[in-house]
Design a protein around this ligand. Structure first.
Ligand SMILES: *Cc1c(COP(=O)(O)O)cnc(C)c1O
Length: 398
């Protein structure tokens, strides 16, 4: 190249990104390098459950950074012991393996299920997953995902993932054979456009998997850590899965994920699983700070109440503009636009200083900080209302 390369060019071009550089965040607001402020309903993809740079997390990170970054995954460290204890004390699970990303936690869940099949079920290894599901971007987790656009990519896929249909128990039952070891799902399919599994379906899956001696794996990377008003989403259905994965919100903005298993399912032997940075004290200190804030009755109650408020505001918008349904639970909600205009709306909202997400061309997804205020929800809804009014007027003229 003869011209000086633009600084953007040094990064691999893996997705379309607006040409703003973000330099600061606080709570529900982000600022770019022109000092423009944005109201953020994406929050790092449902990651910043306490908003941007929450003081409790920043302080925990600073204190831990000065004390100990990492001793080695071959030694114990205090923050990972404390966080593991907190997670097992407040769930139906008995043991935790920490990971650095959701995909890595899911990869671990897949390995654990295959190990369980090797030990307890004559080498059974097939895992039933779901059409539309998303479990990450490693080869195995892309294979476990049911995203149409993944189908032609990186062949050959990892074998052993039959796809059932969400909320269709018969479609799961039809796939069970002697090689089946587990059923794995997101309680709400986030990337597919916020499609919830019903509580009834989750209960049915728990019964079906018990009947056939299969493990039930819930991927709560997007729904866990208070996102839907309970610490973990599967609590809504009153079920106890065998394996759960957490990511996104568990670190409050830093790379932390977890694989949890019941005592019976937790069957890794030495050499089966590991990783250099897994369970490092710095990330676990952040995780502990998040856990202490989120795991309080008043906090989770407020998520439910704020979620109902956002839901009713979106329903009001939908009725006013003739749009479709509002889906989801707590502060993971989607608005069906009935038209493929979500991308254009996200772009206009960005210009207006509001960050929104469109997981599908006809769907907007809302995943604000769990401590977002009603005032901030009102501001976002006013912005969206104005954009939809303009879009409606444009359609009437055309
Ligand atoms: C985001 C997500 C993942 C992948 O997590 P990464 O940290 O991006 O690897 C997996 N499953 C679900 C349900 C997710 O929302």
């Amino acid at each position: 190249m003869t011209n000086a390369p633009h600084p953007f060019d040094a990064l691999m071009d893996i997705t379309a990104r607006p040409k703003a550089v973000f330099i600061r965040g606080a709570g529900s607001y982000l600022w770019d390098d022109t000092r423009k402020r944005y109201l953020d309903f994406v929050q790092g993809w449902a990651v910043n459950c306490l908003g941007h740079s929450p003081p409790a997390v920043a302080e925990a990170l600073a204190a831990q950074a000065k004390r100990l970054l990492t001793p080695s995954p071959a030694f114990y460290n205090a923050p990972s012991l404390k966080l593991a204890k907190a997670l097992v004390d407040h769930s139906c699970f008995d043991q935790v393996f920490f990971a650095n990303s959701g995909a890595e936690a899911n990869e671990g869940a897949i390995k654990l299920a295959r190990k369980y099949g090797a030990v307890h079920k004559n080498g059974a290894f097939e895992i039933i997953t779901f059409e539309g599901g998303f479990h990450g971007r490693t080869l195995a987790t892309m294979s476990a995902s049911g995203k149409k656009v993944f189908e032609p990519l990186f062949e050959p896929k990892v074998a052993g993932f039959g796809k059932a249909r969400l909320n269709d128990l018969a479609s799961v039952e039809a796939l069970i054979n002697d090689h089946t070891i587990a059923v794995m799902l997101e309680p709400i399919q986030g990337e597919a456009g916020v499609w919830p599994a019903t509580d009834q379906f989750l209960k049915g899956l728990r019964e079906l998997t018990k009947e056939h001696g299969l493990l039930l794996i819930v991927d709560e990377i997007q729904t866990g850590m208070g996102r839907t008003g309970r610490l973990f989403h599967h609590e809504h259905a009153g079920i106890e899965p065998d394996i759960m994965t957490l990511g996104k919100g568990i670190g409050g903005g830093v790379p932390l994920a977890a694989l949890l298993a019941t005592e019976r399912a937790s069957c890794f032997e030495h050499g089966d699983q590991g990783g250099t940075f897994n369970g490092n004290p710095l990330m676990c200190a952040a995780g502990l700070a998040v856990f202490e804030q989120v795991n309080r009755h008043e906090f989770l109650k407020a998520v439910t109440d704020t979620g109902l408020f956002l839901e009713s505001e979106l329903q009001r918008l939908s009725a006013r503009h003739g749009l479709g349904e509002v889906r989801g639970r707590g502060l993971l909600l989607a608005l069906d636009l009935k038209l493929p205009i979500a991308g254009a709306i996200v772009a206009q909202a960005f210009e207006a200083g509001v960050l929104l997400n469109s997981p599908q061309p006809d769907t907007l997804r809302f995943m604000p900080a769990l401590n977002v205020t009603r005032q901030q929800i009102g501001d976002m809804v006013d912005c969206l209302d104005a954009i939809l009014t303009k879009a409606g007027a444009a359609r009437r003229v055309a």
